[in-house]
Design a protein. Structure first.
Length: 128
């Protein structure tokens, strides 16, 4: 894991404890689709698989989630958001997540869909 005083992996500028760490611990829920997306990126970065599964919609959640220990997440760029606000039930976030694997830099670009159910934002899937 990561110290609560360390910079948050989502690059918000806040510490992990005051940013994504409070979502990972279950202290509170992400209030918007973008905050959920950022917290899920951070969960990949710190290896919080329980959080990733907990915030994945049951209809698309994999039975298992095994993270590659050799993959190091290094940065996140949010390209755009539609919906996903405090009073909305659906939203999308387009982003680029940067990582290093086997000494090679690479990135993952995704346009993700999120839904809010019972007051909680959940990752649904990626839009092609």
């Amino acid at each position: 894991m990561i110290a609560s005083t360390s910079p948050c992996p989502c690059l918000s500028g806040d510490t992990y404890g005051s940013c994504c760490g409070r979502f990972h611990s279950g202290e509170t829920e992400a209030p918007t689709a973008e905050r959920l997306m950022r917290s899920r990126y951070s969960a990949f970065a710190v290896g919080a698989t329980d959080y990733l599964r907990r915030t994945w919609h049951p209809s698309t959640r994999p039975d298992r989630l095994d993270l590659d220990p050799d993959q190091r997440w290094t940065g996140l760029d949010i390209l755009g958001c539609m919906g996903g606000g405090l009073f909305e039930a659906e939203g999308t976030v387009e982003f680029v997540a940067h990582y290093v694997h086997a000494g090679q830099r690479d990135s993952l670009r995704e346009h993700s869909r999120f839904v809010r159910e019972d007051g909680r934002w959940l990752y649904l899937d990626a839009i092609d």
